[in-house]
Write a protein that binds this ligand. Structure first.
Ligand code: GLU
Length: 498
């Protein structure tokens, strides 16, 4: 059965760290290409580096992919016809292909130790020569020398016998024609003495055996591609097309790193970025829909517009403010149902619960209460962290108060006296046992302000901090309605007495 659509792309992370912005962008472009072409997106875990690979990193990468919503068609937990998808489970496959290369004389045993290599590197440099990583020493061992080494039990790696003349080139989807002189490319190791393939060999075997049609990856791999093409040639395999995406820089145009801010996908998740906004922003790192098209896009819109031809060949700078802007734009476009779906787990995670007695105005369950709160809040939150801050205080009796907000609004005189007067006035004028609308609170606040000869704002600022713990919130009278007269009074008294 032949697949009518030959696009098969892969994301092939090494589980040696978290899912970073660069890796996530690579994954995303592969995913977008697969989805836009009706192709297949493969997730392959490159864990042949036994020392650096960890279970924790593997789990974090999968979590990050799932959070962003980059679902894979084949890979871990999913299976597929080309598995296994963990390189550590494919060792027999690599050994089989190595045997083919060895039989044909394209791979040879290298008995050099690290010390041998370092000594020769020093020697060559002293003579004014260039050391490119290997000098072909074991290429020239004859059968007797090899047999002697083997008889001594000297451990050996396998190297690829690479061509010395001519050049290796390819037409890169992003960078155009790239060409390397073969004389500058050394015989790299393809199988290590520990019996594991190197990245270079495993990646080629897998890209071939898994039928990968396009290799889209970061341009830090450009220098690996000629060697990998040599392995394809030695195996007699047709290579995939290659596209190398430029690296992601920080706002200062230096390589993006921790000192610029968050770099791992999990950090952005913790900052309350929406997965759809993260996807949108990552897609714009090195790609744009072109023309005057709106840059704020749903996943579906990006898939529709995505094209490899529009991937930029110059480095993209990560702009944290733009991500925040895109995030707030996505928030504005959320439907009431979407908002509820986002807010419910926040309430659950916060462990916030409220005695039903506190629920007000004909609301008799937490979900309806949350719907009312969200309706009042509107777009007054810019990410899921601020959303949590804006809904948390409704679901508790005691609540967190921001110290700065407090120092600024409640501590200075006459704020405390104002809170005492206002709470007394609410208690006196409103029936505490009956649900009170925002307008009733507004009237009491305005009348009290008039009676005291001050502007309403002088009451509102300390009241807001007393009720919500923060200097910003939804409309204060609506907040009062939702918090309910009893808690309003209790919080104001608490604030005044603290
Ligand atoms: N495992 C490699 C990495 O994490 C990626 C290899 C590739 O995409 O060819 O850098």
């Amino acid at each position: 059965m032949s697949n009518p659509n030959p696009v098969r792309v892969r994301f092939a992370p090494s589980p040696t760290g978290f899912l970073h912005v660069g890796g996530a962008r690579t994954a995303l472009f592969n995913w977008l290409y697969a989805r836009s072409q009706g192709g297949t997106f493969v997730l392959r875990i490159e864990d042949t580096d036994q020392e650096r690979s960890t279970e924790e990193s593997y789990a974090a990468i999968l979590r990050g992919m799932e959070w962003i919503g980059m679902d894979w068609d084949e890979g871990p937990h999913k299976g597929g016809d080309f598995g296994p998808y963990l390189q550590s489970e494919r060792l027999d496959i690599y050994r089989k292909h190595l045997a083919t290369l060895a039989e044909g004389g394209d791979a040879y045993k290298c008995f050099c130790t690290q010390d041998d290599l370092e000594a020769r590197e020093e020697e060559i440099k002293e003579e004014g020569g260039q050391w490119e990583g290997y000098d072909g020493f074991c290429r020239h061992l004859d059968a007797t020398e090899i047999a002697a080494k083997e008889a001594e039990g000297t451990p050996f790696a396998w190297r690829l016998r690479t061509p010395d003349e001519g050049s290796t080139f390819w037409y890169d989807i992003v960078l155009d024609k790239l060409e390397f002189q073969n004389e500058l490319l050394v015989d790299r190791v393809i199988f290590k003495a520990d019996g594991f393939p190197t990245y270079q060999f495993a990646v080629v075997v897998d890209d071939h055996d898994m039928g990968i049609s396009h290799v889209l990856r970061g341009d830090d791999h450009v220098s690996n591609t000629p060697f990998q093409l040599m392995i394809f040639a030695a195996m007699g395999w047709k290579p995939p097309k290659f596209g190398h995406m430029p690296m992601i820089l920080g706002p200062d145009k230096k390589r993006l790193s921790k000192r610029h801010g968050a770099t791992s996908i999990e950090e952005f998740q913790n900052q309350g970025i929406l997965p759809a906004a993260m996807t949108n922003y990552l897609a714009l790192l090195g790609w744009s829909p072109g023309g005057n098209a709106d840059e704020v896009m749903t996943r579906e819109a990006i898939i529709k517009k995505f094209s490899l031809k529009k991937v930029n060949s110059s480095p993209a700078a990560f702009d944290y403010d733009k991500l925040a802007h895109i995030n707030s734009e996505h928030i504005k476009r959320l439907s009431a149902d979407d908002r509820l779906d986002l807010a419910k787990p926040i309430v659950a995670k916060g462990g916030w619960s409220l005695d039903n007695d506190w629920l007000i105005n004909g609301v008799d369950n937490h979900e309806d209460y949350l719907v009312r709160i969200l309706g009042t809040l509107g777009n007054r939150f810019s990410n899921l962290v601020t959303l949590a801050e804006q809904i948390g205080f409704f679901f508790t009796e005691e609540h967190f108060v921001d110290q700065d907000a407090w120092n600024e609004n409640v501590a200075p005189e006459p704020a405390r006296a104002i809170l005492v007067a206002l709470s007394a006035s609410i208690e006196k004028n409103l029936d505490m046992d009956v649900a009170q609308p925002a307008s009733a609170f507004e009237e009491v606040v305005r009348t009290t302000a008039e009676g005291m000869g001050v502007k309403a704002g002088e009451l509102i600022h300390p009241a807001r901090v007393a009720l919500t713990g923060q200097t910003r919130s939804a409309g204060i009278f609506e907040v009062m309605e939702l918090v309910g007269a009893r808690r309003v009074v209790a919080r104001m008294k608490n604030a005044a007495n603290s």
